[in-house]
Design a protein around this ligand. Structure first.
Ligand code: HEM
Length: 724
């Protein structure tokens, strides 16, 4: 394929926007246009020419069908989607008119410089002309993380593709089998391959799940249509005639013989597809879903992705975040502020006087354990802001806020690479992908050629590994490390209301550190495969595992085998070659379910693999997740270990951040917890992970005097400042 773009001004009458190898594919459109002009330039030549006029005509035609919205500022996901739909429509017209093949759609269409077409009049400004200045603090929306490529890692930009998509129609229709026939229903894969068998991990605690999901919500939230009133997933798919369905419906069908759902006569689960993205520069091509969060580790969970959201979360004084002083009269720490606007969004309420919580990320109430993590980190921001105010009393609200934010983000990055990833990936994978942190000195690894944005296969499959670890019940433990009681997971999903009981926050946090997680395997608790998002009084919910499969297919993710190949593992045409990579029984079940090994869904194959030595994950998920975290570090100009950036910490400050442990955050931001294991994501162990008193000094604290603008001779750690 020989592709070429032409540098021509907007009109470019008859000019080629894209030349494709091989004659005779000029369209009826070009033919009539050229007859009109008395030219035969683009017809019957040695190559096929897609003219700028053809692109403009497709654009004008699409505008008749699609209404676009163009806000002056703050593009919301639904606004971006209208432009995405328009671009997809134009791509569709061109693909059909010129009979484009896979390569031409994937590699050719994006080469057309749409800034020379009418498309430029509707291209969102944040995707076409952003001027960046290198500053000390990150923008909330992630723009300008990379100065040359301002949109890399920014909110509302496309997921990056690790492998080219596989759409049934080449442009946007969900994947089908390699034979051209349908894949087995997502629910059938879920119930056959991922039953609830309940094995436990040997050492990992529920804190891995908590940190993992908290991290995921720093990173990825696919843009999907939402109900205009309560902002939850729309429920207008199942049982509706086609003309009354939501246009994004891709419902999950349930066979009549389903052992669980047949009890409730449920034969369909509502599911909507993701919005199509707008590529930077409004380029054409097949559908790419987009990420509404910033694809970098920058505390979206704590601060949100827009200035106005961050402003709403702040008190406007002393750099502090707003909190809800529910237990002030008991002298206990505050909870997150209440979610008073659109209170039903992501929240199941038994009555109208019940509320969930508000934080930087909308899914804060998805399950109580996650709410606990949000609470801990919002409290930590305030702990740091207060500490900074002590050492720099002259700093105003903005400086205190931004400095506390910068440190909190650095701590999140540090804990993720220092405590979470080593357990998840193991040392060998960490080493192989260059993820090991430096113990001292700067790490000079920023690479401006790396896009830190989130990879499609990471968001829609690999990082969903956490769904396998979910427990059936969440435990509460006392500060003396004794089990108190447990509650079904499904009763805590979108129901964080237990936290309104004084003292219970600490008990849940103690539970996180003492309860062992489920094993990372193909077995998934029914709490999420049958009871997810159960409504008040209902006896069934929906199925998260079916969602994972349906999502991967509608993202156009190639099958599991293609990712094995990408990761340097043997590709095979035969199911038998998977023996050894996963349990024999699993391979046998795949054989009975799928026609070809390439049809197996990535999420399903990934969780089924046997883990690598020293890792929780099998080789395919380990490779995809490690690739993502490598990009997240090397592609982030604000990464906390970097030298020579306006955002760089001093060497002394960097050493302080390196001291921080999740255990210290828990000690400082809970009420009564006074002993804790050094690494809360691993079960306590006398020798390798002993419990120590919070006050013992074995769990060090950050010394904020290193941030003093006018240093004094005396240095004292944060605990002294806060009088703890
Ligand atoms: C009770 C706990 C959890 C619940 C109820 C839950 C629920 C969900 C739901 C409903 C989705 C959207 C599915 C879709 O429409 O495609 C989702 C996506 C996801 N989940 Fe979970 N999840 C939980 C825990 C976790 C954990 C522990 C992790 C990782 C360690 C995780 C990682 C992800 C990721 C990466 C996505 C994709 C996010 C996006 O890009 O939109 N989840 N989860």
């Amino acid at each position: 394929i020989q592709l070429q773009t032409f540098e021509v001004p907007l009109q470019g009458e008859g000019e080629c926007a894209l030349i494709l190898n091989g004659p005779g594919r000029s369209s009826h459109f070009d033919y009539s246009l050229n007859l009109l002009r008395g030219s035969s330039q683009n017809y019957n030549g040695p190559n096929t020419c897609i003219t700028y006029d053809a692109v403009n005509a497709a654009y004008l035609d699409a505008r008749k069908r699609i209404r676009i919205t163009q806000p002056h500022a703050d593009w919301k996901a639904e606004d971006v989607a209208t432009v995405g739909e328009l671009l997809l429509d134009i791509s569709f017209t061109l693909a059909r008119t010129y009979g484009l093949n896979y390569e031409e759609i994937e590699k050719g269409l994006p080469l057309i410089d749409t800034s020379k077409t009418l498309i430029r009049e509707i291209c969102p400004p944040y995707l076409s002309n952003v001027e960046c200045r290198a500053g000390k603090y990150r923008r909330f929306d992630g723009l300008c993380t990379n100065l040359e490529h301002p949109t890399w890692g920014a909110t509302n930009t496309p997921f990056t593709r690790l492998l080219g998509p596989v759409y049934a129609d080449g442009l946007q229709a969900p994947r089908i089998g390699v034979s051209g026939r349908d894949l087995p229903l997502s629910r059938v894969v879920s119930r056959t391959m991922h039953p609830d068998e309940g094995f436990h991990d040997h050492a990992g605690t529920v804190m891995i799940i908590a940190w993992g999901q908290f991290m995921d919500h720093d990173y990825t939230l696919q843009g999907t249509p939402l109900d205009p009133v309560d902002k939850n997933d729309p429920e207008d798919c199942c049982g509706r005639p086609p003309h009354l369905k939501h246009p994004y419906c891709n419902e999950i069908y349930i066979p009549e013989d389903d052992f669980f759902f047949k009890l409730f006569k449920v034969n369909c689960i509502n599911f909507v597809r993701t919005f199509p993205a707008v590529r930077p520069g409004c380029r054409l091509g097949s559908k790419v879903p987009f990420n509404t969060l910033t694809g970098i580790i920058d505390g979206n969970t704590v601060y949100g992705v827009h200035d106005h959201h961050a402003r709403k979360l702040r008190t406007g004084q002393a750099g502090l975040l707003r909190m809800y002083p529910a237990f002030e009269h008991f002298g206990l720490k505050d909870l997150l502020p209440l979610k008073l606007d659109i209170p039903d969004e992501g929240c199941t309420r038994h009555n109208k006087s019940m509320f969930c919580f508000e934080a930087g990320e909308i899914r804060v109430n998805e399950q109580l354990v996650l709410t606990c993590m949000h609470t801990l980190m919002a409290r930590e921001h305030n702990t740091i802001a207060r500490g900074l105010a002590e050492v720099n009393p002259h700093w105003d609200d903005e400086t205190l806020f931004q400095e506390a934010r910068r440190i909190t983000i650095a701590i999140i990055q540090h804990i993720t690479y220092n405590e979470f990833l080593p357990i998840l990936l193991g040392k060998d994978v960490m080493e192989k992908f260059g993820l090991l942190l430096q113990k001292d000195g700067y790490w000079d690894g920023y690479d401006p050629n790396i896009n830190p944005g989130v990879i499609d296969a990471f968001a829609s499959a690999a990082f969903r590994f956490g769904h396998s670890l979910l427990p059936t019940a969440v435990e509460r433990w006392s500060k003396a490390h004794k089990f108190i009681s447990s509650k079904r997971l499904s009763d805590l999903i979108r129901r964080p209301h237990d936290l309104f009981r004084a003292g219970i926050f600490d008990e849940y946090v103690m539970g996180l550190m003492n309860q062992v997680a489920q094993a990372m395997d193909d077995s998934i608790t029914q709490e999420v495969t049958n009871h997810l998002f159960k409504k008040v009084g209902a006896r069934h919910g929906v199925d998260l595992v079916s969602f994972n499969m349906q999502r991967g297919r509608e993202f156009g993710l190639p099958g599991y085998m293609e990712y094995r190949k990408f990761c340097g593992l043997p590709w095979s045409e035969r199911f038998e070659d998977l023996f050894g990579a996963m349990p024999n029984e699993t391979v046998r079940k795949y054989t009975s379910l799928f026609e070809h090994p390439s049809d197996v869904d990535l999420w399903s194959g990934g969780v089924s693999e046997k883990p690598l030595p020293g890792s929780m994950l099998g080789p395919t998920f380990a490779c995809i997740i490690a690739t993502q975290f490598s990009y997240s570090r090397r592609g982030d100009r604000f990464w906390y270990e970097l030298p020579n950036q306006p955002s760089s910490f001093t060497p002394e400050q960097l050493q302080e951040i390196r001291k921080m442990r999740l255990a210290r955050i828990i000690c400082d931001n809970t009420d009564l917890i006074d002993t804790i294991q050094l690494y809360p994501m691993v079960l306590p162990d006398h020798e390798i992970n002993p419990r120590v008193p919070c006050k013992s000094g074995i769990i060090p604290n950050i010394d904020l005097t290193k941030w003093a603008e006018f240093p004094t001779e005396h240095t004292f750690p944060l605990n002294d400042i806060l009088g703890k």
